[in-house]
Design a protein around this ligand. Sequence first.
Ligand SMILES: C[S@@+](CC[C@H](N)C(=O)[O-])C[C@H]1O[C@@H](n2cnc3c(N)ncnc32)[C@H](O)[C@@H]1O
Length: 239
Amino acid sequence: MVSKTQSIPGVNVDPAELQKFATLAHRWWDPNSEFKPLHDINPLRLQLIDELAGLQGKRVVDVGCGGGILSESMSARGADVTGIDLGEKALKVAELHRLESGANVNYRLIEVEALAQEQPGSFDVVTCMEMLEHVPDPAAVVRACATLVKQGGHVFFSTLNRNPKSYLFAVIGAEYVLNMLPKGTHEYAKFIKPSELAEWAREAGLTVSGMRGMSYNPLRKHYSLGTDVSVNYIMHTVK
Ligand SMILES: C[S@@+](CC[C@H](N)C(=O)[O-])C[C@H]1O[C@@H](n2cnc3c(N)ncnc32)[C@H](O)[C@@H]1O
């Protein structure tokens, strides 16, 4: 299924993108489902965020939290987490899982731009992972994340780079060869170059402090963090 970018006027959302995740939402916490890549990369990104921002006792907002894989793990590191998404089904799954796990996460169905108006400068850490490539106006999400974070706080973005290698690995490889993701999960045109993301971040008043690549080795079926940002990458910014 290939979605068309069609946003709701006044709202920075592509309903077809939300629908993709709604269809699969009940499988969010199955580590062998379509969400396996998120489960597999989670320990790596969690460790990086904790090392750079120190999660214990911090107020964190996880933007586009989905079923809550990262949100719950950050709460397990001692953070007070708010998880927001516009996918109703994903949030219901997240809430049910939270009730079982007892995680300290408050889930809300709210646009990041609306939360930014409601609670500017309120969070020590903002995470926005694997979400920017699914919205019509990613720069507006970056601006909202910058508004949400306190002065001196940390904002983490992760997304897919846009180049022939990322097309080969993230679309052809993951969706068509290895069947790791449903076909149509990603639209190449929405992938974001680090230079573009860095510019949006700077325009929003954030300083880019570093970048790490997340690479997948199909032979070892293993993800690792490193310097190769050609496919999936995490950008660390500070306000
Ligand atoms: C690939 S999932 C990533 C989930 C989570 N961030 C993670 O990395 O584990 C993308 C998420 O973005 C959400 N999403 C898409 N468009 C959104 C929007 N405009 N506002 C908030 N969430 C959105 C989807 O509902 C989905 O939960």
